[in-house]
Design a protein around this ligand. Sequence first.
Ligand code: ADP
Ligand code: ADP
Ligand code: ZN
Length: 236
Amino acid sequence: MILILLGPPGAGKGTQAERLVARSGFRQISTGDMLRAEVARGTPIGREAKAIMDRGELVPDAMIVRLLGDRIAAESGHNVILDGFPRTVPQAEALDGMLSARGLRLAGVIVIEVDDAKLTERIVGRFTCATCGAGYHERFRPTRIPGVCDRCGGTEFIRRADDTAQTVTARLAAYHRQTAPLLPYYRRQGKLYPVDGMADIDAVAAAIDRVIEGLESAAGSPKCDRARLTHPEAGL
Ligand code: ADP
Ligand code: ADP
Ligand code: ZN
C-alpha cells in the first residue's frame, strides 16, 4: 500500500509516520530527512538545497523528483508512507507517472489539518534524538525521563536549523501557495482523507488507523464500493 501524508509544516506528519513504521511495518520516505542527509554529507544536492531550506522555500521540483525516483524504486514491494512529498502539483504528476510506470497505485492521501496559529508552537518546540531520530516536543511530547530518549536511551538531541519562528512564516506561505493545490488535485481522484490534526497525538493516530483500515478492507474486497466503504473526505 502506498500512502501520502500531507499537511502543513508541523502538522504531525513525521510523528505519525514514525508510529506507523514502528507499529505497522510501513517504510517512511521523508524528502525532508533525505535532503537533511544530503546537507549533512555536503553533497552537491545538499549544498544547493541548504540555503533554500534555511529560507523556508521549496527546493526545485526536478531535484526532489530525482531523489525520490531512486528511493521509490528501492522500496518497491513494501508498504510505503510518503511524508513531505509531493508538495507541488508537478511533483504529484511526476509521482503518478512513476507509479503507473511500475504498475503501482496510490491507495490514499491522508491530510492532517491544523490551523496556522497552532503550527508555530509545534515547530519551535520540536526536537529529535541525534542517535535514532525519534521526534519529540517540549510540551506536547516530552521524553519520559528528561534528557533521555525513550526509544534508544540517547542523551544528545538536535533542533532543525529551519525550525525558527522567522522561517515558519515563509514555510506556511509556501504551503498555502504551492502545496494546498494538491487538495483539489487528489480530491478529484477520490483519494483525499482529511483527519483533524488539532487533536492530541493519540487521537490523530486513531483517526489515521481508521482510514488505513478502511483502505485495507476496500483493497481486500474488490466487489465492494471503495468510495462508500472508506468515506473519502468524511473524516471517518
Ligand atoms: P516539515 O516537517 O516542516 O513539513 P520537511 O522536513 O518535510 O518539513 O521539509 C523541510 C524542507 O525541505 C522544506 O521546507 C523544503 O525546503 C524542503 N523539502 C522537503 N520536501 C520537499 C519537497 N517535496 N519539495 C520541495 N522541497 C522540499
Ligand atoms: P511535520 O512532520 O508535519 O512537520 P512533526 O511530526 O515533526 O510535524 O510534528 C511537529 C511537532 O509537533 C513535533 O515536536 C511533534 O512532537 C509535535 N506534534 C505532532 N503531532 C502533535 C499533536 N497532534 N499535538 C501536539 N503536538 C504534536
Ligand atoms: Zn533515540
